[in-house]
Design a protein around this ligand. Structure first.
Ligand code: UDP
Ligand code: MN
Length: 422
């Protein structure tokens, strides 16, 4: 198994970039104006996205005297830059649909920079598969790689979900599976499992910050998706396609050939979402013009996480790419952070008439508990090794004294443990 253990890597954005995202917008301007005024290079080369939106403002910043007009400068930036930075963040303005873009409470959202604790447990770039679908691997040539990001978290269904998903992904050529686990520590069992599939993968851990754990609803799968975004950025990947694929969804193999074509942002309907059993774009004359989804709540992009794919070269133009810890708004705000406009959306799945991905959900149950004395968990029977495996998979644990004794039967009758295991 190729296995690498890294320390958390630093995000590539500068502190200034991070601050721009982290703080409420008006605070960002205060801070960036101070930074710019003390650095001539910052004056000469403002961030390209900011420059695009506010070249005149940037020039005026540079000619202001540093001391005498400092207060005026701060007030000026506060009043004028907010709209520009909104555009830089893709939060609104400047588009044909900008009138719908005013979003309830967006300004107060905590756009924390992508600096998750990102720890790589194991990874492999080797593809040991011989065949995918009906062709040998070599015949897939240089197709763009799909970076399939799967947030996952420990619970008893985790290993079965990932096994099932892997058996779909194994049919897909040129795919790198980013498995981002919402926990502190690497799970060696999962490393072995992922490696055994023989496809390129990265297994990382990035736990949800503890302050969000008790929130209802909690931002599920956000810290780990953010870690995967950080990984993509750290690897400077500008060729390929990003897709967020949860561990419990069901994927049609045609989805992958559809999203691989993505030039900027592809969209398609997702089955089994909420009240309508579907969420997806409304398409007229080959263009996305609106959305069908039973929960709008001010979202400009009311789509499910599984309902879009992004070209990495397109995404690379947006250094503020982000996914905030705001339950229900993750997709919308992520898509805003990459400057999405309606005209850029590529409808897929036969003009959004087909379902290529299903929002299936697995019924969750709490950990199993098997009461058995430890003296019987040796190699006289299979039970010691079996229960150890179940413990490693997070499915069941063994106890010596809690609850009812485990039922062991023969010929339809319960037997004492000693009769079978001694
Ligand atoms: N998830 C996570 N941490 C959590 C809860 C969920 O990483 O605390 C992952 C989960 O494995 C899934 C995604 O986030 O891949 C979405 O969660 P879930 O499927 O439970 O939500 P749904 O969208 O189905 O309501
Ligand atoms: Mn789900």
């Amino acid at each position: 198994m190729s296995s690498a253990h890294y320390q958390a890597l630093e995000p590539q954005t500068s502190d200034e970039d991070n601050e721009d995202i982290e703080r409420p917008l008006h605070q960002n301007h205060l801070r960036s104006s101070y930074t710019s005024s003390s650095s001539s290079s910052a004056c000469n080369a403002p961030h390209p996205m900011v420059r695009k939106a506010s070249g005149g403002v940037a020039r005026r910043r540079c000619i202001l005297p540093l001391v005498g007009v400092a207060l005026f400068f701060v007030a000026f930036c506060y009043l004028t830059l907010s709209g520009d930075t909104r555009i830089a963040l893709g939060l609104g303005g400047g588009s044909e649909d900008s009138e719908e873009g005013s979003h309830h409470g967006l300004d107060s959202i905590n756009f924390r920079p992508l600096n998750e604790s990102l720890h790589i447990c194991s990874e492999s770039y080797e593809d040991r598969r011989q065949f995918m679908q009906d062709k040998p691997r070599s015949e897939y040539g240089q197709l763009p790689i799909i970076y399939f990001v799967t947030p996952t978290y420990p619970r008893r269904e985790q290993i079965p979900e990932l096994t099932r998903l892997a058996h779909t992904l194994l049919h897909v050529p040129r795919l790198h599976w980013l498995v981002a686990d919402d926990q502190e520590k690497c799970n060696g069992y999962m490393d072995t499992l992922l490696n055994r599939f023989g496809m390129p993968y990265t297994h990382m851990v990035s736990p949800m910050p503890s302050k969000f754990r008790n929130e209802k609803p909690a931002p599920r799968g956000v810290a780990n998706r953010r870690a995967a975004l950080q990984w993509l950025r750290q690897h400077n990947l500008t060729n390929g396609v990003l897709y967020f694929g949860d561990d419990d969804n069901t994927y049609d193999l045609r989805l992958f050939s559809e999203i691989r074509k993505t030039q900027r942002v592809s969209m398609f309907p997702v089955g089994l979402i909420a009240d309508y059993g579907v969420s997806g774009p409304v398409v007229r004359k080959g263009k996305v013009v609106a959305f069908l989804d039973s929960w709008v709540a001010g979202r400009r992009w009311p789509v499910d996480m599984a309902g879009f794919a992004v070209n990495l070269e397109y995404m690379a133009q947006y250094p503020y790419v982000n996914m905030p810890y705001k339950p229900g708004y993750e997709e919308d705000l992520f898509l805003r952070s990459i400057g999405l406009q309606m005209s850029l959306i590529e409808p897929r799945g036969n003009n959004c008439t087909e379902i290529l991905v299903w929002h299936t959900q697995t019924k969750s149950k709490k950990l199993g508990m098997v009461r058995l004395e430890s003296k019987y968990l040796d190699d006289r029977s299979n039970l010691g090794a079996l229960l150890l495996n179940l413990k490693l998979m997070g499915v069941a644990s063994t106890t010596e004294n809690e609850g009812r004794n485990a039922l062991i039967s023969k010929n339809g009758k319960e037997k004492p443990h000693s009769a079978i295991l001694s």
